[in-house]
Design a protein around this ligand. Structure first.
Ligand code: 3HC
Length: 284
């Protein structure tokens, strides 16, 4: 693959991880944030992550500097005007995503491939506000992005087959394994993962077993790297709640419905690791 120019909108947990992975694969990366403060925080987090990789002896300090040298931060969307691929990884808010896609459509050349990292919003919602719905796909990464090998490549009924293929090739070029899925709420992974997590929370709510024992059941009984409750805290209880609501709204199947315990924890601000308390307590 030629040295692609990639634009990543959003430098939070996902956007920063995507920027890091693309730069490590040798791509030219521009990463956008809403203001200078958020941008600095995002770029600092990427640098800290890479310092850990160096400390573990998996990269030299020189290589780290080269990787960081391939990432340029910006707060100006116009800096995406020369990008071959743009990956949107901003907040899960449809209006904000649509506004971004509308602006990108004006700024970027017609051949630029538009990708969204949304976990749950149908890609067609963003594609349909652009004049290039055939060039819009989903590229769904998993957290932690530098570690998780999978990318879901999503094509809508308006997407050109060639654009899906480009998404597949792009995923391989950055060292990931793509799977192709249709544009349906939850795609493949969250469609299966969210009811599993929600069932584990339901089991906890029913007093079936302690949180630790439910998780041990799945780590030692099924070799999962994390139990479903620890994973829920890792993903963020607010995110699990949000996706379960989207799946329930779409399919009206009670297996996706958020248990009361999950709803109450989110309302209480117990969001998992990021807030210091979720199903488990964390030292922040
Ligand atoms: N960033 C970068 N690297 C990280 C990292 C991070 N946040 N967390 C861990 N790593 C690296 C470590 O440095 C280490 O690398 P090395 O092997 O090169 O030394 C390797 O990953 C293993 O890490 P640790 O030994 O510290 O920890 P574990 O072995 O316990 O692994 C884990 C941690 C990778 C998070 C593992 O527990 C895991 O795979 N958990 C499941 C994660 C998962 O399922 N994610 C998907 C969530 S769903 C999703 O994202 C979709 C969304 O739409 C909801």
């Amino acid at each position: 693959m030629e040295r692609k120019k990639v634009g990543i909108a959003g430098c939070g947990l996902m956007g920063g991880g995507i920027a890091q992975v693309c730069a490590r694969a040798g791509l030219d990366v521009v990463v956008l944030e809403a203001d200078e403060g958020l941008l600095k925080r995002g770029l600092d987090n990427i640098a800290k992550d890479l310092e850990k990789v160096v400390a573990r002896g998996k990269m030299t300090a020189e290589e780290k500097d080269e990787v960081l040298g391939r990432i340029r931060g910006t707060v100006n969307l116009r800096d995406f005007s020369d990008r071959d691929v743009v990956i949107e990884a901003i907040i899960e808010n449809l209006e904000k995503k649509q506004n971004l896609f509308r602006e990108l459509d004006i700024i970027c050349p017609p051949q630029t491939l538009f990708c969204s990292n949304t976990s749950s919003i149908p890609i067609i919602e963003m594609a349909s506000v652009t004049k290039r719905p055939g060039r819009c796909i989903g590229l769904h990464f998993f957290n932690p992005v530098p570690v998780m090998k999978l990318i879901e490549v999503i094509g809508t009924i308006l997407t050109d087959d060639s654009a899906v293929q480009e998404g597949v090739e792009f995923s391989k070029a950055i060292g990931k394994t793509p799977i192709v899925t249709k544009d349906r709420a939850g795609f493949v992974v969250n469609l299966l993962l969210i009811p599993f997590i929600v069932d584990a929370i339901r089991a906890l709510e029913l007093g079936l077993a302690s949180a630790e024992d439910i998780d041990t059941g799945m780590t030692l009984g099924c070799s999962h790297p994390m139990g479903p409750l620890a994973l829920a805290d890792f993903i963020g209880l607010d995110t699990v709640y949000y996706i379960s609501n989207i799946l329930y709204d779409e399919f009206k199947d009670p297996k996706y419905a958020a248990p009361l315990l999950l709803k109450q924890m989110v309302k209480a601000g117990y969001l998992g690791r990021k807030s210091g308390r979720g199903i488990y307590l964390y030292n922040t």
